[in-house]
Design a protein around this ligand. Structure first.
Ligand code: THU
Length: 141
């Protein structure tokens, strides 16, 4: 059983690798698979701006591209260097990407900071109510 604090630590480590020459807003994510493996990700910006990728999606795409599709939690940390990190909530696109693979009723979204005692935890469904997911295209739910 991986503790929420361990996932936040991994996200903080991943955040150090963020490539953010334009926004300087650095984000790290740590995604936990059902069998206890952790995939990390950081945001990767681009001179063309729109090709930039968020930390959460980097983590999901790394995991899926290595054969993992079942997840139980993600920790996210983000903010600017030189000040305490605030709570950083995932953007709408990342919420939708998580919705593709994660159960909205059980998947935990852990929003951490650089203070391990300060965090907010949500279920994915709380952050993406009435979400559109794979089951909608199978005529289920
Ligand atoms: N960003 C993330 O990586 N994840 C989020 O949840 C919010 C925003 C990134 C995208 C961009 O590189 C920078 O933060 C500013 O939007």
């Amino acid at each position: 059983m991986v503790a929420q604090e361990e996932l936040i630590q991994k996200a903080l480590e991943a955040r150090k690798l963020a490539y953010t020459p334009y926004s300087h807003h650095k984000v790290g994510a740590a995604l936990l698979t059902k069998d206890g493996k952790i995939f990390t990700g950081c945001n990767v910006e681009n001179a063309g701006y729109t090709p930039s990728n968020c930390a959460e999606r980097t983590a999901v795409f790394k995991a899926v591209s290595e054969g993992y599709r079942e997840f139980t939690a993600i920790a996210i940390v983000g903010g600017f260097d030189g000040k305490p990190l605030p709570i950083c909530a995932p953007c709408g696109v990342c919420r939708q990407v998580l919705r593709e693979f994660c159960d909205p009723d059980t998947f935990q979204v852990i929003l951490g900071t650089d203070n391990l005692n300060e965090k907010k935890v949500f279920k994915l469904g709380e952050l993406l109510p009435l979400g559109f997911g794979p089951e909608n295209l199978k005529g289920e739910k």
